[in-house]
Design a protein around this ligand. Structure first.
Ligand code: HEM
Ligand SMILES: *[C@@H]1O[C@H](CO)[C@@H](O)[C@H](O)[C@H]1NC(C)=O
Ligand SMILES: *[C@@H]1O[C@H](CO)[C@@H](O)[C@H](O)[C@H]1NC(C)=O
Ligand SMILES: *[C@@H]1O[C@H](CO)[C@@H](O)[C@H](O)[C@H]1NC(C)=O
Ligand SMILES: *[C@@H]1O[C@H](CO)[C@@H](O)[C@H](O)[C@H]1NC(C)=O
Length: 490
């Protein structure tokens, strides 16, 4: 009996304590709906339609507001002005990465996506510079993507124009581009190492974006009860680690400092240059996680965008016809498309931009955090507070893009049919944390899509008006519904 009383008493104390902590913290943070103890605003958020929910809250609380996901507050930035003011004008303060317990366990703060501070700066600088150097090398990244585009077309030819679900093939190509950037060579699509790598990456993506994982992240006490999934995650990272180690050994033997071939070579050169007695961020463990991050960030994103693009092209045959007309006029049949063609293909460029705007792939970006105590629009945001950046509120702005819920390449064209740039085009986010692979991703989207459309007519199994393009929301990403199509050789 006494024990029960004591238990109830201490629970009450905990509850009061958390209420008190919440209310003193809330006084200075931006306004927001009143949170429940422990659960916060969890029950007020429709997990099926988070973006719409945030839009609804912003109508009540303004463009900068606070939500509690579980016990932790997150400051939401909604709309172009707030996002730009935070990520550009206060770039340094808002460049932190929000820590989610699951990712923390997986990456241990290493790599580029989930690191912070000096390690993040060094790793990001190294990665961007290496991608840039490889872009200019003897065998440039453009060559690699063009090669992959041809292999992709060959693989699609094997379907013989019969109905297929393009998911698998479309995820091989972007994964292989990262492979050829990191390991020098692409793989055959049937290579066992390649298939295993893809399987491990897919499994991690699936686990990390499951609804259960979102719940674990908000209520970290549950993590140890999540049946083994974080162990599976780490096992998959370990697999990639040992594969990478093998490759690094091979590279060490054939390294020519004057002629680096890939990401691994640049890492080995960097290692040679750093003083072994000095503390450095260029450790093997950090490199392993960085490579893992390139795969994690660069495969699913690009392949989902490609898959969604094809669905939208099936839904809008008039748009597809205009793109194909432009391809045949500018590129013709006898050669592969290259990046130089893009400036002569405003319509195609506009279509790809509109695909990215419309599908809103990562509606709330990845979680940010403030790197120090920050004063923002008269609010006080303590160091380490999570920040949610609503990219969808910018991409869906109805002043910049009239009728934003409609797919219309005209959103990126002027009256004369020239390509029209927009500051509101933020599918890669913006500021110091923005996507490190934007250049590569845009190259892949352009070269893969133009090469596919140069070689195939897309045929839908149902009539265009019956095609559903509503996204299936899944963790951080908006995915297209499953569909099939035929690639009919031209
Ligand atoms: C269509 C394809 C892609 C989209 C829509 C996309 C979008 C994004 C977004 C929204 C972020 C979060 C930015 C932020 O925190 O504010 C991000 C981060 C990142 N992306 Fe991409 N991405 C794509 C492709 C790629 C590719 C191909 C690579 C590979 C090189 C890549 C590498 C990264 C990395 C390394 C980060 C973390 C940057 C950091 O934390 O400093 N992404 N991406
Ligand atoms: C979210 O809600 C809006 C309006 O309430 C609706 O138009 C939209 O289709 C919904 N999105 C999803 C993914 O259900
Ligand atoms: C997108 O914009 C439309 C039109 O202004 C609006 O009705 C809709 O709620 C917005 N969607 C989201 C997710 O904010
Ligand atoms: C947003 O508000 C509209 C209108 O008040 C409501 O119909 C809709 O269900 C709300 N959507 C979400 C996801 O909360
Ligand atoms: C394209 O190649 C074919 C055969 O190789 C050739 O007959 C044709 O003249 C070429 N067309 C152009 C426009 O170069």
């Amino acid at each position: 009996m006494d024990a029960a009383v004591a238990l109830v008493f201490s629970l009450c104390c905990l509850l009061l304590l958390s209420l008190w902590r919440q209310s003193s913290e809330r006084a200075k943070l931006p306004p927001g709906p009143t949170p429940l103890p422990v659960f916060g605003n969890f029950f007020q958020i429709d997990v099926k339609n988070v973006s719409q929910c945030l839009t609804n809250f912003s109508k009540v609380y303004g463009p900068v507001f606070t939500l509690y996901l579980g016990m932790k507050p997150t400051v939401v930035l909604h709309g172009y002005e707030a996002v730009k003011e935070a990520l550009i004008d206060h770039g340094e303060e808002f460049a932190g990465r929000g820590r989610t317990p699951m990712i923390e366990r997986l990456s241990k703060g290493r790599g580029i996506i989930s690191s912070n501070g000096e390690r993040w700066k060094e790793t990001r600088r190294f990665s961007l510079m290496t991608l840039r150097n490889l872009g200019m090398g003897k065998r440039s990244i453009e060559d690699r993507v063009q090669e992959e585009a041809q292999c992709l077309v060959e693989e699609l030819r094997k379907t013989n124009g019969s109905p297929c679900d393009p998911t698998f093939i479309l995820s091989c190509a972007p994964c292989n581009v990262i492979c050829s950037t990191v390991f020098q060579d692409r793989f055959d699509y049937k290579d066992q190492d390649f298939l295993t790598l893809m399987r491990k990456l897919n499994e991690n993506a699936r686990i990390l974006s499951s609804p259960w994982m979102q719940i674990c992240n908000n209520f970290p006490l549950l993590i140890d009860y999540c049946p083994g999934s974080h162990r599976t995650l780490s096992k998959n990272v370990d697999y990639i680690r040992s594969y990478l180690l093998e490759k690094i050994k091979e590279h060490q033997e054939s390294l020519n400092v004057a002629n680096p071939r890939d990401f691994i070579d640049y890492y080995l050169i960097k290692l040679k240059q750093t003083n072994p007695n000095q503390q450095s961020e260029f450790t093997l463990e950090n490199f392993v996680m960085t490579v893992f991050d390139l795969f994690a960030a660069g495969t699913e994103t690009t392949s989902t965008t490609l898959r969604y693009a094809l669905l939208l092209l099936l839904k809008h045959p008039d748009v597809t016809a205009k793109v194909q007309e432009e391809i045949h006029r500018v590129v013709g049949r006898n050669r592969s498309s290259c990046m130089q063609d893009r400036s002569h293909m405003p319509y195609t460029d506009a279509v790809i931009h509109e695909v990215q705007r419309f599908i809103n792939l990562v509606p709330n970006s990845l979680p940010h955090a403030v790197t120090c105590d920050t004063k923002f629009r008269n609010y006080f945001i303590p160091k380490g507070t999570m920040v949610t950046v609503s990219l969808s509120s910018v991409l869906n702005d109805s002043k910049e893009f009239p009728n934003p819920e409609i797919f219309d390449p005209g959103h990126f064209l002027d009256k004369n049919g020239n390509f029209k740039k927009s500051d509101y085009f933020v599918p890669f986010s913006t500021g110091k944390r923005s996507c490190a692979g934007e250049g590569l991703a845009r190259m892949e989207l352009f070269l893969f899509l133009t090469t596919i459309l140069q070689n195939f007519k897309l045929k839908s199994l149902v009539s265009a008006k019956d095609i559903d393009t509503t996204p299936v929301v899944n963790g951080f990403a908006s995915l297209p519904p499953r569909y099939q199509l035929c690639f009919v050789p031209i």
